[in-house]
Design a protein around this ligand. Structure first.
Ligand SMILES: *Cc1c(COP(=O)(O)O)cnc(C)c1O
Length: 388
């Protein structure tokens, strides 16, 4: 193992080593970012009003194939809004996976609802349709216009699978199960802009999908998020909720709901418009890096995560699965010592103090994966690539 970590450091440093230490991910501004941001500044429309927000929403809708897109201050706000849109109310339950960033479960709690953790698949790192079906057969009973958890007596409102590390979860199968049991499907595609399953962009299989444009994601607006939906009434309500619930009027401030200040500022949207123009080049670069990693790890006894069958992943973060926890920790330590940033996957959410009491299934695969997976540097800027 020391050997593998040292070989890896020697491989990565010349490839991605323009910054010290080699970061896990870094944004790249090689397009018209400065022009657009300057344009926003010169227009004085830097905040909640301005043309770049509309432009960015239209561009994301077009790219993903969704009918409507609503920009938000960040991905967490988009997720919170999405859950409100599908009617998540205090005392409800929302099924999600424990293998995700903490924001997924936090957004459920913002609604006053309780997360329920169902296991993931080893191949996609996404919520397992088989485990979901098994959980619902064991615990769900029809009621309340959808289904009720027999064990807790609470309404099961929605299901939130995650396209982990940019690999598409099996949302078609999940949608079929959710429809049968009366659950809404909200896709956490925060990490998955540019990822497709069966030619369909992630975030489009459920009632609502969300993306993040945080600084470490595939493209960034500094901070930002986006909600996509095909339902015009949900889109309209999303816009209303994220803009403090203000009724349209030339001058009067009248609000008809306790809304949120979740609107993406125009300044951030300007950055997003420029980043989105570069998305195809960024995806191509990340793909080439994944191929280079695949060649490096071949025959070395570790598994590099590849895109699932019939999918096109954005390869947001490349990841390897090591033999056991000890090998993982050793790899993490030696790569850090060698100036290469690598990270374990998130501490599974059911083990965090805030979510330890939540109902869960066996979570066998989640536990197995979280003990072994390491994410490796996956920035766009690498020596195999022209930077224009
Ligand atoms: C990044 C991320 C979020 C939250 O997005 P922010 O823009 O950081 O609020 C939510 N879920 C997942 C899976 C993420 O990776």
């Amino acid at each position: 193992m020391p050997r593998l970590a040292d070989d890896f450091v020697a491989f990565v440093r010349p490839l991605l080593g323009s910054v010290e230490p080699v970061p896990l991910h870094a944004p790249q501004f090689a397009g018209r970012e400065k022009d657009y941001v300057l344009e926003a500044i010169n227009s004085t429309f830097v905040s909640s009003v301005g043309g770049f927000v509309d432009r960015f929403e239209a561009a994301v809708a077009q790219y993903t194939g969704a009918r409507h897109a609503v920009a938000t201050v960040n991905g967490t706000a988009a997720l919170h809004t999405a859950l409100m849109l599908v009617g998540t109310a205090p005392g409800d339950e929302v099924i999600t996976q424990p293998v995700t960033f903490v924001a997924t479960a936090n957004a459920i709690r913002y609604c006053g609802a309780e997360p329920v953790f169902v296991d993931v698949e080893r191949e996609t790192l996404g919520l397992s349709p088989e485990k979901l079906e098994r959980f619902l057969r064991a615990h769900a009973t029809p009621g309340g216009g959808g289904c009720v958890n027999k064990t807790t007596g609470r309404t099961l409102r929605a299901c939130v699978p995650v396209h982990t590390l940019g690999h598409p979860a099996r949302t078609g199968a999940l949608r079929e199960i959710c429809d049968r049991f009366g659950l809404a499907l909200v896709e956490d595609a925060a990490e998955a802009l540019g990822s497709f399953r069966d030619g369909c962009h992630t975030g489009r299989s459920g009632q609502v999908g969300i993306f993040s444009f945080n600084g470490n994601k595939t493209i960034t607006t500094g901070g930002g998020g986006m909600l996509v939906t095909n339902d015009p009434s949900l889109a309209e309500r999303a816009k209303h909720l994220t803009t403090t619930g203000k009724l349209p009027h030339p001058w009067a401030y009248v609000h008809d709901v306790v809304g949120y200040n979740y609107r993406m500022p125009n300044l951030n949207a300007a950055l997003g418009c420029a980043q989105l123009e570069r998305l195809p080049a960024i995806l191509q670069s990340k793909r080439r890096l994944a191929t280079a990693y695949a060649r490096f790890f071949e025959g070395k006894g570790v598994t590099l995560l590849r895109e699932p069958p019939n999918c096109r992943s954005n390869y947001w973060l490349n990841a390897v699965i090591l033999r056991d926890e000890q090998q993982r920790d050793d790899f993490l330590r030696r790569t850090h010592d060698g100036g290469v940033r690598t990270r374990p996957l998130w501490e599974p959410l059911h083990r965090l103090s805030m979510f330890r009491q939540c109902q869960a299934d066996d979570l066998e695969e989640a536990t197995w994966i979280c003990q072994r997976l390491v994410t490796i540097p996956s920035g766009v800027k690498w020596s195999g690539e022209e930077t224009r």
